[in-house]
Design a protein around this ligand. Structure first.
Ligand code: GAP
Length: 426
C-alpha cells in the first residue's frame, strides 16, 4: 500500500477523518473530522493562535462572518478577478484546471477543449425568494473580514504600525480538481494574518514573515528537508498580489503548496475605501495619512493536518505508530486496568482515570488484551499509557509506557500529574 493510502486508512480506522456523507456514497472533496481529528485540529489552531496572537502584542484576533455583503467581493475583485480556467479532456471527459493540465490530459494524454472561465465562489441566497438582489457568497478567503474591520480595530485599540489582524475560520471554494484526500477541499479552514506596514519596509517584513511561518510549521515536528519556498511567476499571481511565495511541503504525492505569503500592497484597503466611501487610511500622530501596505501570511489547516500526520506516521515491524508531538496528540494519556474482570482493579484504575481526565485529555480502555490496547493507542499517537495492575493496589504506583521507545517505568499515582505535566510540555 502507498503511504497516502495507509494514512487515509488509519485516519478512518482510528477516528481522525471520515469521508463526507459516506453512507450516501460520499460527496467529493468533503470530509468530516472524527473525535481524534477534532482534537488534533484544535491543538494545531491553539498553537497557531498562541504563537501569532496571544504571544505577541502587535497582532489582534478577529472572527468575522462567513456571509458578508456581496459588495465586499465586488470591491475585493473576487467576483471578476478570482477565476479558474477549466479544460475538459475530449477523450476521457475529465475536467481540470488549465494550470494543472498544460497541453494534454494529465490522465490519458487526450486532447483538451478550449479553456473556459469559471468563478469558484459558492453562491447562496438571503431571504425566501431566489433573486439576484439577495445573492450572497460563502467567503473564499477569511482575509476580507479583516480588511473590512480595519477601521474598527484602529478605533478600538489605536495600534501603531506595523500591526496585524489574525483570523482562523472556514473558507469555501468550488474546486473541480479531485483527490489527494484533505489537500484540496470545498470547505476548508484558513489561518490568516493581514500585517499592516509602511510601504518602504515591505521587503524586510516579507523576509521576516518567511522566517516566522517556517519556524511555526517546523515546530509542529516537521523535518526541514521536507519544505522549500517557491516564488510565483508573474502570470500565476493572484489579482491582488505584487509578490507571492509559497512554502511547499513534500506530501506523499510530491512537493505541493502548503501555505502562501503575499505582498498585497495597498490593494484591498484602497478598493474598500473607494467602494464604501469610508476612508481606510492610517493616521500618524503628525496627521500624516496614508494607506498602509499589507503582507499576508496565509496558512491552511487541512494541509497542516496532512503534513503533521505524514511526518508522524511510522511503521516498526507490525507496529504502526503516530509519533506526534505530545502537545499535538489528540489523547495525552490512556489508562488501562490490567484485567477487566477484576472489579477492585477496575474500580481503582478508574479512580486514576478520574484524577487525570480533568487535567489531560484521557482515554479509558479495558477491552481485550493489553497488547491490543497499546496497538490502538500507538495508532492514535497517544504518548503515554498507564497500566494499573495487582501491585498497584499495594504500592500505589502504575506502570507508564512511553509510545516512541516502548520503555516502561513505575511511577507513584500521587506524582502522576506533575510528571505528565512536565513531559507533555517538553
Ligand atoms: N487570502 C489568501 C489566500 O486565500 P490562497 O493561496 O488561495 O491565498 C491560502 O490560500 C492557503 O489556504 C493555501 O496555501 C492552502 O493552505 C489553503 N487552501 C486554499 N485552497 C484550499 C482548498 N481548496 N482546500 C484546502 N486548503 C486550501
Amino acid at each position: 500500500m502507498e503511504k497516502m493510502e495507509k494514512i487515509v486508512s488509519l485516519c478512518k480506522r482510528r477516528g481522525f477523518i471520515y469521508p463526507g456523507s459516506e453512507i450516501y456514497g460520499g460527496l467529493a472533496n468533503t470530509f468530516d473530522l472524527g473525535p481524534l481529528g477534532v482534537e488534533l485540529a484544535n491543538n494545531i489552531k491553539a498553537s497557531w493562535w498562541k504563537t501569532f496572537v496571544q504571544n505577541r502584542d502587535d497582532i489582534y484576533g478577529l472572527d468575522g462572518g462567513i456571509l458578508m455583503s456581496p459588495k465586499i467581493w465586488d470591491a475585493s475583485g473576487h467576483t471578476k478577478g478570482f477565476i479558474d480556467v477549466l479544460v475538459d479532456c475530449k477523450k476521457c471527459k475529465k475536467r481540470f484546471r488549465q494550470d494543472h493540465a498544460k497541453d494534454k490530459c494529465p490522465d490519458c494524454g487526450g486532447e483538451l477543449t478550449n479553456p473556459r472561465k469559471f468563478n469558484p465562489m459558492f453562491k447562496t441566497f438571503i431571504g425566501p425568494v431566489e433573486q439576484d438582489s439577495s445573492i450572497v457568497y460563502l467567503r473564499p478567503e477569511t482575509a476580507q473580514a479583516i480588511f473590512v474591520n480595519f477601521k474598527n480595530i484602529i478605533d478600538s485599540f489605536h495600534p501603531k504600525l506595523p500591526f496585524g489582524i489574525a483570523q482562523i475560520g472556514k473558507a469555501f471554494r468550488n474546486e473541480i480538481t479531485l483527490g489527494n484526500f484533505i489537500f484540496r477541499k470545498l470547505e476548508f479552514e484558513q489561518m490568516e494574518i493581514e500585517y499592516f506596514i509602511k510601504q518602504e519596509n515591505w521587503k524586510k517584513h516579507f523576509e521576516n514573515w518567511k522566517k516566522e511561518m517556517e519556524k511555526w510549521f517546523l515546530g509542529l515536528g516537521i523535518n526541514k528537508k521536507n519544505i522549500r519556498w517557491r516564488n510565483h511567476k508573474k502570470d500565476e499571481l493572484s489579482h491582488y498580489s505584487k509578490k507571492t511565495e509559497d512554502i511547499e511541503y513534500r506530501f506523499p504525492f510530491g512537493f505541493k503548496e502548503l501555505y502562501g505569503l503575499a505582498y498585497r500592497y495597498d490593494y484591498d484597503l484602497k478598493q474598500h475605501s473607494n467602494a464604501s466611501g469610508k476612508e481606510l487610511k492610517y493616521q500618524e500622530v503628525d496627521n500624516n495619512k496614508f494607506f498602509p501596505h499589507v503582507i499576508e501570511p496565509s496558512f491552511g489547516l487541512e494541509r497542516t493536518i496532512l503534513a503533521v500526520l505524514n511526518e508522524a506516521y511510522h511503521e516498526d515491524g507490525k507496529r504502526i505508530v503516530l509519533k506526534l508531538k505530545p502537545s499535538l496528540a489528540p489523547i495525552k494519556v490512556a489508562i488501562f486496568p490490567l484485567l477487566s474482570n477484576k472489579p477492585e482493579l477496575v474500580k481503582q484504575a478508574r479512580k486514576v482515570y478520574d484524577l487525570l481526565k480533568t487535567r489531560f485529555v484521557c482515554a479509558w480502555d479495558s477491552r481485550g488484551n493489553i497488547g491490543k490496547r497499546y496497538f490502538a493507542q500507538d495508532e492514535a499517537g497517544t504518548p503515554f499509557c498507564l497500566v494499573f495492575d495487582f501491585d498497584s493496589l499495594k504500592d500505589k504506583s502504575v506502570t507508564i509506557r512511553h509510545r516512541d521507545t516502548m520503555k516502561q517505568e513505575r511511577i507513584k499515582i500521587d506524582e502522576l500529574k506533575e510528571y505528565l505535566n512536565k513531559k507533555l510540555n517538553e
